[in-house]
Design a protein around this ligand. Sequence first.
Ligand SMILES: Cc1cc2nc3c(=O)[nH]c(=O)nc-3n(C[C@H](O)[C@H](O)[C@H](O)COP(=O)(O)OP(=O)(O)OC[C@H]3O[C@@H](n4cnc5c(N)ncnc54)[C@H](O)[C@@H]3O)c2cc1C
Length: 441
Amino acid sequence: MSADIPPLVADRVSQKARDTLDLVKKFVEEECMPADAVARAQMEKQGQRWGVYPPVIDDLKAKAKKLGLWNIFLSKTHYAEGAGLTNLEYGLIAMILGKSSLASEAVNCAAPDTGNMEVLAKYGTDAQKKQWLAPLLDGTIRSAFLMTEPKVASSDAKNISLKMERQGNEYVLNGQKWWSSGAGDPRCKIYIVLGKTNPNAASAWEQHSVILVPAGTPGVKIERYLSVYGYDDAPHGHAEITFDNVRVPASSLVLGEGRGFEIIQGRLGPGRIHHAMRSLGSAERALELMIARVNDPNRKTFGKQLNQHGVIMEWIARSRMEIDAARLVVLNASIKIDETDAKGAQREIAAAKVMVPAMALQVIDRAVQSHGAAGVSQDTPLASMWAHMRTVRIADGPDEVHLQQMGRNENKRNQAILGKFEQQRERVRQKLREYGFEPKL
Ligand SMILES: Cc1cc2nc3c(=O)[nH]c(=O)nc-3n(C[C@H](O)[C@H](O)[C@H](O)COP(=O)(O)OP(=O)(O)OC[C@H]3O[C@@H](n4cnc5c(N)ncnc54)[C@H](O)[C@@H]3O)c2cc1C
């Protein structure tokens, strides 16, 4: 059995998924991982950071399409447009894709497009699907999701304040967004924007809506790109964008006024699990880099090769255990999504969203340490992997928000648990009396 399929889930993985997994592995190792360096070199050669992208990605996409490795993230359980795999099967594949910075895009499974395509597939009108979903599924355009704003605490999406006012057959948008990932890419043609249409709605959950805004609409201005620990993430980028009297037709609204929360909850669920899946791939790659480094015969300290120091063996062992355990958490969440949907799997998705990046950060950190100074330099992918993994603890909602929700739900069992404890105590008292003792509790 392939080491990429844990025995616990083996009977849920079809032959088609196994064949796809083998193909993806070969494609990632032989094509995508070497192309990572080509992409960096091409960006450098082009001499500018924005408005361009590395052409090597087009070659990879053409190869992936030919191999049938395309849109595999859309599960057969919920969508007709995908490649006919389940979320669990895609999970196993995404872990391999996470080993290369280009692989997910090469097979049209990259964030934020995956979540955006799911929004359009699930909630879009036929016209919206034709105009935006079709080219996204085809990989000819890219997209961005604009929720977070600089002036409000956006972990609580009820705070989102960008104004969307209906005027005749149009909506007029005014406000500011930031951390709009992907907006720097010249192929990014559509923004999926969360804003406020109904500030007076009685429920704070019914004041927001989602609207589609073509990039380059008059009044939309990219002010600057934010960096992640100094990385600009070009050509993708994280943009700060202002909206100054931006007009879009009323038909650009998705699902209806006041339905914004319904949409973002549906969007962020799968997006979070996809991040967790790719994060496992990064952790696995970091462990491979660590093993390669400590087995380098030229690097000895105090008379021993690095692989002869006990602490380093412990790092390797702990990393293996932690990756394997986290993988089961992610696969469990994927199975729950397959059996219900993202809402039904809320608890399992939150657990994966919190546990996996924390685990991956630790594994990458050990790999950095085992490389010494080289680990924090540009000579290995580890520094960039650590920086990006750190952001996953914030993006798509910070850890604390997921933990608060999980804690609250778990604590709802308190009445039942307290009642059970009291019953158990009474049984102990009775038993003590039966044996002639006077209970003291
Ligand atoms: C690399 C990257 C990419 C991103 N991409 C996108 C994107 O494409 N589109 C988009 O819209 N946004 C994106 N974001 C933004 C991200 O989703 C937000 O930063 C996140 O939701 C937190 O919002 P905030 O920054 O306003 O933090 P705030 O809401 O100000 O929160 C600050 C901190 O407060 C703490 N906190 C919040 N709530 C609680 C609580 N209930 N209990 C305890 N502590 C709490 C947390 O530690 C949190 O980090 C991205 C962020 C990063 C770093």
